[in-house]
Design a protein around this ligand. Sequence first.
Ligand code: MOS
Length: 700
Amino acid sequence: MTTATTGTTAVTGAVGTAHTRVEGLAKVTGAARYAGEIPFAELAHGWLVLSTVARGRIRSVEDAPVRAMPGVLTVLHHGNAPRVDGDYVGMLGKPDPTVAVFQHDRVPYLGWPVALVVAETSEQAREAAEALVVRYDQEPHDVAFFAGRPGTYTPQTPGTETEKGDLEAELTASAVVVDAEYTTPEEHHSSMEPHAAMARWDSGRLEVVDSNQGSTWVAGELAKLFSLDPESVRVRSEHVGGAFGSKGVRPHQVLAVMAATVLHRPVRVVLTRRQMFSLVGYRSPTAQRVRLGADPDGRLRALDHQAQSLTSTVHEFVEPSASVARAMYDADAHHTVNQVVALDVPTPTWMRAPGEAPGSFALESALDELAEKCGLDPIALRTRNEPDAGPVSGLPFSSRNLLACFEEGARRFGWADRDPAPGLRREGRWLLGTGTAAASFPTMVMPSTAAVTAEADGTFTVRISAADVGTGARTALTLIAADALEVAPDRIRVRIADSDFGPAMIAGGSMGTRSWGWAVTAAVGELREQLALGGDIPPQGITARADTTEALGALPEKERHSFGAQFAEVAVDTTTGEIRVRRLLGIFAAGRIINPLTARSQFIGGMTWGLSMALHEEAVRDQASGGHVNADFAGYHFAAHADVPLIEADWVDDPDDDPVGIKGIGEIGIVGTAAAIANAVWHATGVRHRNLPIRPDRVL
Ligand code: MOS
């Protein structure tokens, strides 16, 4: 037995220095296993069958011929599936009823789950699923989304609309007015690893091996859905090949549990790429109107941001695109509203920077248009409108270093040399331009629990139900624990993504590292108090736990956000309409940066997605069938390596006033990128592009 030492080694400074991912070797050598590839004895395979009509009722599922096919074990559908409690309220409110699969014969959109074929092998399940005949009584559907379409309403949810001052009066009194409409298309989650879950019953406990953003969350939802004691459900999700909003509770986990229950053996359900387009959520298309009124010097008198998005007929999800204006710019009269219309389409969901990503495209494009009309540099316009306090809340900012981001970014990008006149710079067939935009994302935090064990061998084990969706969260928590314990990171082992570790925040809303880091730091504090009492470490170690619920309750109410400045240089081929982004630079003020290596990856990952949003991504819905025409990687374009130029991301000091100082960096990288690119395209060509993506046919 050894005596645990923490202070004696006095190693600090892990936080803030670059560390490769602690699980990096396992990932690149294939030792890390993902939910779809972990072997289990007696494993059966489920293959989903989705509706081929956009609205109606299932008349019949003709499963008899399919049941006779090789290897088929069962066919589940609304006529025979276990009943579930679809009316429960989950961790994040009432879930999309799509998860209560096979409970009735109604079909609310094309791609709705109608049957699951389970077979001995995945290939047998697929063959039978593709042979299954389902008959429908079809009804007329409506999937057409456009600005101001009939049926658009303002949801009765707090925070939907904000209002200050007399908007119309201020607009009338403004010397300069911008009134413009912007649209963004339906955009899809396309994580490298499709959704996959294995479920089995083991000694009276339900065990699910999954790919998700929060194992405690998924376990809790499954317990409610199947009316189980929460203690009897264990969900694990050790490695996740991408998420950013789509990997919560989805039909595949529920189906795996249903089939495992019926068949008394382990069952895995893996979604196909094409199925993901209707089953895991997506970013709603948006139609936005921004009205800005200003004095001749650019000071804003009026700011109006109205955003419309769509939802399904079965669940209300609102893309809050107008909300970004509430933190960014003040005006004598200020109005924001997020409206929605229910159509015969799948329910949208969170997707990296929900609201801020499309909202910043509209708002930051409009600011650029205002700068042009006022004859002001776009950065000078933003400097003139920098608020002292929250424009809508009136609360002080915990820290706001937006202007520091612009100063540093302008210096590194070479902004000072820029001729503001559009359409002047030519290089052969190419017109060249540069653009900028601001970014912000809220800094939030949620209660979490963590446990830290001082092991008898002098190492430490951290247990927390965090999720590492590829962000490097596991490594960040290792560094946070190392500094809190004052030991080298190689003495720490961090175990995550197991619901048995207790409640913790999901990987979402850029809140993961802040929420988990807080809990881990608190647990280390407890442990150090226990170790200070002295004595030997018993073989089972000494474990301390923490729950941050109370500490977070004491946090003063403030405007808490990350900020950033995005810069883009583009070349536009006026003969083909092709746009090449030549340079992107993002400078962020995002609190304390835990691991510069993975932080940079998060920023440039977000910026790459923003580039993709600006130029490529667009899911096209066929009005006649109600389904997509491009639900695969052949038709749904996104930025490939050749589209991604030199991207630089860096940050400025951004000390904050709370005990952890972490602001979260997962989402802000995508915010403002599309606007910076669109503004650069205007600077190159003299033409404003208010509809994304800026496709070649729109440029010509
Ligand atoms: Mo999210 S959109 O899962 O941070």
